[in-house]
Structure formats: C-alpha cells, structure tokens
Design a protein. Structure first.
Length: 198
C-alpha cells in the first residue's frame, strides 16, 4: 500500500509545483506577499486599433492605463470585465477620464479591426481595441506573461482559453496591480482609484 501511495504523492507535489510556477511566471503574482512579483510585466504595445490605425503605447506616456487580453467571441470574462470597467468609470467620475483601457485580442484570426470596433461599441468607457498579426499579438502577450490557446469545439469551430485578468499600468508605464474578472466590485473600484491617484 505504502509503495503505491508514494508515487501518487510525488505526482501530486509535481503538479502543485508546476501550477504554482505557472502562476508566478505567467500571472506575475507574488504568491507570498500578494503584490506584484519580481518578474517584469508589460512592455511596448505596437498594434493596430479598431479604426485600422497604428497604435503605440508610447502615446499614453504620463497617463495610467489598463490592459486586458480577450476576444470578441468570449462568452463571459471579456464582456464582464469591459462592463465592469465602464461601471467603475461612471462611479469614479471625472478622474476616470484619464484612464484608457486597451482590449487586446488573442484571436487575431477572427478579430479584425472592424470586428473589434463593433464589439467595443457595446460597452461604454474609454476603450481602445487592438489587433495585429499572430506574431505581433504573441509578442505583446509574452511581455505581459499572458497565456492563451485555441481550443476546438464540438461544432467544428474553436474558442480561446486565455488569462482573464486586467493589468493596471501606472503613469510611468510600469505594472502596478492586477484585477481578476471575478473580483468584487468594491475592490475593483478601489484599485482603479489607487491607480488614478498614483
């Protein structure tokens, strides 16, 4: 019996270690302190916006901004997050006009600028939707430690599995905090206010 249990325990420990490693490397969380990790998060964002124009995050210098990776066919995390951002901006009021949210698709195959423009028109708020070539999107996702993967569906189509968090970037373009799409509204608002005040 004991000989059977030991290999099972080894596998469980290995899986747990891999999961914790993934959270630290890919999500950028400091699991011990609950704050930003030492792993750098963020970098230049050079993509194409919903109007088909080049976008460079350098244009946001001196202003705080938020970054969310998603896709227009997303069933829950993406619309929930974009709706929560709009709700928070209304609640915060005038100071929130300084905040820009970048919605970066992880599905450039379907999410053309036109598709993104139509999608974000369903939400209020100062949101810029971005796409690019698969290589360009992958480069930005890597800088933010974002995981995404195409997942086939039973109807012959596909959906996208992806990291569903909102990255908060300060006025210097540095990672400040992260908000999960399941986070309570009060904490969501508090983190946005802190970002704007910083």
């Amino acid at each position: 019996m004991t000989r059977r249990i030991i290999p099972i325990l080894i596998v469980v420990v290995a899986i747990s270690a891999a999961a914790l490693g993934y959270l630290y490397i890919n999500q950028g969380f400091n699991l011990g302190a609950g704050g930003p990790a030492a792993v750098p998060i963020g970098g230049p964002i050079r993509l194409t916006d919903q109007d088909g124009k080049p976008f460079d995050s350098a244009s946001l210098a001196g202003k705080p901004y938020a970054v969310f990776f998603g896709f227009t066919h997303c069933p829950d995390a993406c619309p929930t997050t974009l709706s929560e951002i709009a709700r928070t901006e209304d609640e915060v009021g005038a100071p929130a006009k300084e905040l820009t949210t970048l919605f970066i698709t992880v599905d450039p195959e379907r999410d053309t600028p036109a598709a993104l423009k139509e999608y974000i028109s369903n939400f209020n708020g100062n949101t810029v939707a971005l796409s690019g070539t698969p290589e360009q999107v992958a480069e930005v996702a890597k800088a933010f430690r974002v995981y995404y993967k195409k997942v086939p569906t039973s109807d012959g189509g596909y959906t996208m599995d992806h990291t569903a968090v909102l990255y908060l970037m300060d006025r210097d373009g540095k990672f400040a905090d992260v908000i999960s799409y399941t986070e309570e509204h009060e904490r969501f608002v508090a983190k946005i206010k802190k970002l704007l005040e910083g």
